[in-house]
Design a protein around this ligand. Sequence first.
Ligand code: URA
Length: 231
Amino acid sequence: MKLSRILSNQNGVSRRHARHLLAAGEVQVDGTTCHDGSREVSRFQQVCVGSTIVQQAAPAYYLMLHKPAGYLSATVDNQHPTVLELLPASLRPHLHIGGRLDRATTGLLILSSDGRWSRQLTLPGTKIPKTYKVTTALPITPEVRQRFQEGIWFAFEQLSTSPAELDILGTHEARITIYEGRYHQVKRMFHAVGNCVTSLHRESMGCLKLDPTLEPGCYRHLRPEEVSSVG
Ligand code: URA
């Protein structure tokens, strides 16, 4: 929201008075004087007029979790444990998931209280690469690489998947990079070429790589450079 709106809307200050406060150097955003009412200020920033806080900064959390198998990427469920149960209770109400994983899928899961930020990871237009290690029931033939490059037809959505990269690591093992996040995408792509995924593990989303020191079920806060690598 624009700073001038935060000042006028939320605090019964007239627009004229808001302009006056800005010009007089009375307004601070995160401790720094700001004269520009057109500046975009997020809910994670603090706004003060003199010594009065007019907007308290909402807590901004950016986490990576090593998701173990068996946990649902959901906030609540009455049948299965959810990934939120792996995090401290005090953080849970603030968090949402940036790019869900199936219950059996393991690996990198990103959670944040900043919805605008985490949507960058999942919006189809952003084309952020997501890399998975996959094992299959049947051998992976070299032609599959070409099929995935060309795109796989998903009849339900009436679309072809964007070109995906396949690096065959062994007879039944590969690394796949996709640029979308469609429902059960990797499993459905392998199914379309007559194979079946037996295990799936997400290694990275864009520049965010699963920290190798994180055991399954453990999480850590993202570093500032990791947060700013998104968007
Ligand atoms: N593709 C799938 O099929 N499942 C996942 O969990 C992620 C990508």
